[in-house]
Design a protein around this ligand. Structure first.
Ligand SMILES: CC(C)(COP(=O)(O)OP(=O)(O)OC[C@H]1O[C@@H](n2cnc3c(N)ncnc32)[C@H](O)[C@@H]1OP(=O)(O)O)[C@@H](O)C(=O)NCCC(=O)NCCS
Length: 173
């Protein structure tokens, strides 16, 4: 049976099988440790019965007043464990924590070319809130969709009224 549990420091020695995917954003070890120290509740892993890391989610809560929100920093599932509902379950955990923290919404950034993830997020109730130009650096740079889902505290659903114009990365709060 799959176990969903908090991420531990030593998991960083075993998550290369997940991170090798080209669509998975990978970071330096300090970045993961910073998340683990600040937002341990938002860093969850799916582990197989034999101890293999199947996928993980990493996130945080940030923003002031009505911009107080949960953010998905990374979500990834190893290719051999996809379409089993793991990402859906990991997202449900992050959304539940964000509800408990009284966040107004959850947001995330996704490459505009990542049609699988975009359709999954839409299925989970996320909308494209705005386009962030050249958010991902590379050759060439790639735009991101900032996708959002309103939580119960946002009664008027103000957080999910889409912006009509694209923004630049430096304009993101
Ligand atoms: C996107 C990703 C996280 C989905 O993980 P997953 O565990 O396979 O997703 P789930 O099984 O929970 O799928 C939930 C729903 O998303 C949709 N979905 C997921 N993968 C899909 C695919 N390949 N094609 C079509 N729909 C898909 C389906 O509607 C699915 O529900 P269903 O299986 O009941 O039809 C995974 O493909 C991945 O790790 N991709 C690489 C990294 C990435 O792109 N991360 C997101 C960056 S923001």
């Amino acid at each position: 049976m799959t176990t969903l549990r908090p991420f531990r420091c030593e998991d960083m020695f075993h998550f290369n099988n997940v991170n090798l995917d080209p669509l998975t954003e990978t970071y330096g070890l300090l970045f993961y440790l910073q998340y683990l120290a600040h937002w341990p509740e938002y860093f969850q892993v799916a582990e197989s019965p034999s101890g293999v890391i199947m996928g993980y989610i990493m996130g945080k809560a940030e923003g002031l007043s009505e911009n107080w929100h949960g953010h998905v920093t990374a979500l990834t599932v190893a290719p051999e464990y996809r379409r089993l509902g793991l990402a859906k379950q990991l997202m449900a955990i992050l959304e539940d924590i964000s509800e408990k923290k009284r966040c107004f919404f959850v947001d995330l950034f996704v490459r505009v070319s990542n049609s699988v993830a975009i359709s999954m997020y839409k299925k989970l109730g996320y909308i494209i809130y705005r386009t962030v130009l050249q958010y991902y650096s590379g050759d060439p740079d790639e735009d991101a969709y900032d996708m959002r889902k309103a939580l119960s505290r946002d009664i008027q659903k103000k957080s999910v009224i889409p912006l009509t114009h694209p923004v630049r990365p430096e304009d993101i709060e």
